[in-house]
Design a binder for this molecule. Structure first.
Ligand SMILES: Cc1cc2nc3c(=O)[nH]c(=O)nc-3n(C[C@H](O)[C@H](O)[C@H](O)COP(=O)(O)O)c2cc1C
Length: 354
């Protein structure tokens, strides 16, 4: 039993297809195309500064007058001592040097971190209709403020317990993220070891446990995968990897090219780039960090430690020294523009029989 009409009514969109927020890949242009086509575009602003957040929102608003989701990271900002980062910092400086990049210690020291608490006021002021989030649940005060402003809230769950928690907190919709999904795991209940449940197993269990409408994410990019997700209880679908290769994506060209050649076994979960588990295509940087034997600091510390190195690599179109987030079903990724990818997905959608 699917609830597709209800979810499109709640989100005020035409089609139950969500373009996944993808920090470092998706853009206002991408989100606007999807929203203009009747899906739900998503703008990724997780961990960005208030100034950049507002700029990206305004840019998206200038490109569409349809609803789009603004996606936040709801992690906590850890207390830490600079000395704890020293081993990883030194290792990265040396590794960068071996690769021909110059990293100085100052750029890898005294980080400034932001989380959703720095962004809520901006979302309200900008009249954002849909807020999605991952890495945790919004705090009660933020939920209250956003709801007072008629905002629809979408949380991310990677296991039944997280879905139940989001429902208890009165979140409106749940994105169910299977282990196939590209990018970071949304996992936030820390006393459970990392949930690694596939979408096939997770969807029916969450459907049974909660009453909220469900958006399925992970490995969806064909008629068959769409049908399976709807049959297993999804009310809408969230798709990420399929949009990485588009011209609206800011992924570097060598990443896009690698994606086209990615086989089912080429991605893995790693903490190497950010300190949080995320799925990406294996590469040298991932292997070097994992094999270094140096403890990887938690998110967002490791994310900031590797950020400058990854930026230099991206400037040099060097796909071996930056994160290449991708899902397990990347092999079928095709299409040159967001509109073409979205139209392809809509073609699959319409070929399904109710
Ligand atoms: C490059 C990339 C970046 C991502 N960044 C985010 C993000 O900023 N926020 C978020 O909630 N999910 C993020 N995700 C996860 C997606 O929301 C979604 O779960 C995933 O893309 C679905 O699986 P698929 O990639 O197989 O379609 C990202 C995924 C990818 C591939």
């Amino acid at each position: 039993m699917t609830n597709r009409k209800a979810i499109t009514d709640i989100l005020k969109i035409k089609h139950p297809i969500v373009q996944a927020p993808m920090l470092g890949v998706s853009t206002p242009e991408m989100a606007a195309v999807v929203s203009n086509e009747g899906g739900l575009g998503s703008l990724a602003v997780g961990g960005l500064s208030p100034v950049v957040t507002r700029d990206l929102i305004r840019k998206t608003k200038s490109l569409t007058n349809q609803p789009f989701a603004v996606n936040l990271f709801t992690h906590e900002i850890p207390a830490y001592a600079e000395s704890e980062l020293e081993p990883m910092r030194n290792f990265l400086i040396e590794l960068a040097h071996k690769r021909g990049y110059s990293l100085n210690k100052e750029a890898l020291t005294s980080f400034k971190f932001y989380n959703h608490l720095d962004q809520i006021d901006i979302l309200v002021e900008e009249g954002i209709a849909v807020v999605s989030f991952t890495f945790g649940c919004l705090d009660a005060q933020s939920i209250g403020i956003l709801k007072q402003n008629n905002c629809i809230l979408i949380g991310t769950a990677t296991c039944v317990e997280e879905a139940l928690y989001l429902e208890e907190q009165k979140i409106d919709l749940i994105t169910v993220q299977g282990i196939e999904a590209g990018g970071h795991r949304g996992t936030f209940i820390n006393d459970i070891s990392l949930p690694q449940v596939g979408l096939f197993s997770l969807l029916p269990q969450i459907k049974k446990a909660v009453k909220l409408p469900i958006i399925a994410a992970g490995g969806i990019n064909s008629v068959e995968t769409m049908k399976a997700a709807f049959d297993l209880g999804a009310d809408a679908l969230q798709i990420g990897t399929a949009f990485i290769g588009t011209k609206e994506s800011i992924a570097i060209s060598s990443y896009k090219e690698k994606l086209l050649k990615t086989k089912d076994t080429d991605t893995t979960l790693t903490r190497a780039f950010s300190g949080r588990w995320a799925r990406g295509i294996r590469n040298e940087m991932m292997a070097e960090i994992e094999q270094s034997g140096i403890a990887v600091p938690p998110y967002p510390l490791q994310n900031s430690l590797t950020a400058m190195f990854r930026k230099l690599a991206q400037q040099n179109n060097d796909s071996d020294y930056t994160n290449l987030w991708a899902g397990q079903n990347a092999a079928q990724v095709k299409g040159k523009s967001t509109k073409q990818v979205f139209e392809g997905l809509m073609g699959f959608y319409y070929s399904l029989h109710d």
